[in-house]
Design a protein. Structure first.
Lengths: 205, 197
């Protein structure tokens, strides 16, 4: 199989094959941390870092890992990088680390990382695998930022902690509570699949 | 120090107000993909509850008697995930050997559970909130039952929705998310009765 060009990988992972919106992977953490944009950004970058490096490592090691124990090896490699991110956050961004709480550790069980390792890194050379993983993570970050932008503006009247709402704006408390996250991501996925259905109908005609 | 909360409150809160899916968003992947059919959802819910109780108990012991004395806190994620993976594997083999009926019912779900974030999530919450053993056990049980309740509710609603005429494009994950959102809103209503954190 020919190796994909980096530009094609970036386009695929960011847009056409976005892991959150198209593959519905990595939902757990993407909903929990999206109450503020700052948390989303940190979480997204952490995940991109882990996905990129674990895809790189696993792809470099792909010929030496026995097929039967690969899941175990994947989990171990991913955990090692997550520990690295966790320590880094604790040292440099202790406030955010506290707010994210268990969700940093839960990057390990984020299906996107395992998914990229299984679907791409296993059968491709290290550098494209790293680009694939990194941009799959950035695609996830993008979705997180969109959700948290809606939630933060309506819930707190701020963007990245800066006040943008007009005087007398009443924050929508529901936006910072869990149900809003479900509604927003549901609506985004609905909008995308409705658009696709329309396009498909147009082509069929 | 363990917080001074009655284990019973932890148990009830983890089923209803701090439901793993509806307020902590954990275990969403399998929740969305296995909720198409009520019976399968019940099987997965049972398996998750069983594994949650066992892993919380074992991880609590591991944390108190291995990780803390040996000062391995920085390695805790690796240790926890290995405990979970090993336990699921042993459970599957044991079930296959001793209770083939149960294995036929739950066996296919067990491998899915290792990567279910609710399992690792409950362990991490238990460590962060420094629960004692009884509190952790009931927290694990309550979270499992809460997860089971949520997936069964979604599966039941989805089975009914199959016959309803809906706007284009909403069928599939979008619909599940919106149903879950409404369920979450209903559950938030209980938060005045008892809450943990």
């Amino acid at each position: 199989m020919a190796v994909e060009k980096p530009r094609a990988i970036i386009r695929r992972t960011l847009l056409t094959d976005n892991q959150v919106l198209r593959a519905i992977l990595g939902i757990c953490s993407s909903l929990a941390v999206t109450n503020t944009m700052k948390n989303s950004l940190v979480m997204g970058l952490g995940l991109s870092f882990v996905t990129g490096l674990s895809s790189l490592t696993l792809s470099a090691l792909r010929s030496v890992i026995p097929h039967r124990v690969r899941m175990l090896v994947q989990t171990l490699v991913i955990s090692a990088y997550v520990i690295f991110v966790d320590l880094l956050l604790k040292a440099y961004l202790p406030d955010i680390s506290k707010q994210l709480g268990p969700y940093v550790g839960l990057i390990i069980t984020n299906c996107i990382i395992m998914g990229r390792a299984e679907a791409y890194a296993q059968s491709n050379p290290p550098i494209p695998a790293m680009i694939d993983g990194l941009f799959a993570g950035l695609g996830y970050t993008g979705v997180l930022l969109i959700i948290s932008l809606i939630r933060e503006i309506l819930g707190f009247g701020t963007v990245f902690g800066m006040k943008v709402a007009f005087e007398g704006f009443v924050p929508w408390t529901i936006m910072i509570m869990p149900p809003a996250a479900f509604f927003i991501i549901g609506s985004i996925i609905w909008a995308i699949s409705a658009r696709q259905a329309k396009q498909a109908a147009k082509q069929a005609r | 120090m363990a917080p001074n909360i009655s284990p019973l409150i932890i148990f009830l809160a983890s089923i209803i107000t701090s439901n793993m899916i509806l307020s902590n968003f954990l275990g969403m992947c399998s929740y969305l993909s296995v909720s198409g059919e009520y019976r399968t959802a019940t099987g997965l819910g049972m398996a998750v509850t069983l594994v949650l109780v066992l892993t919380t108990a074992i991880n609590w012991l591991v944390y108190q008697y291995v990780i803390l004395p040996l000062e391995l806190v920085y390695l805790q994620y690796i240790i926890f995930i290995m405990v979970i993976a090993a336990l699921v594997q042993i459970l599957e083999m044991g079930m296959d050997r001793f209770t083939p009926d149960l294995h036929a019912k739950l066996g296919i779900f067990l491998p899915l559970i290792t990567v279910n974030c609710a399992i690792l999530g409950v362990t991490l919450f238990m460590v962060i909130r420094s629960y004692n053993f009884v509190q952790s056990l009931l927290f694990g049980l309550g979270s499992g039952l809460g997860w089971w309740l949520a997936i069964n509710m979604l599966a039941a609603i989805r089975e009914k929705m199959a016959k309803v005429k809906l706007p284009p494009g909403i069928r599939g994950p979008a619909l599940s998310f919106i149903i879950t959102g409404i369920m979450a809103m209903a559950f938030v209503g209980f938060s005045g009765i008892f809450t943990i954190q």
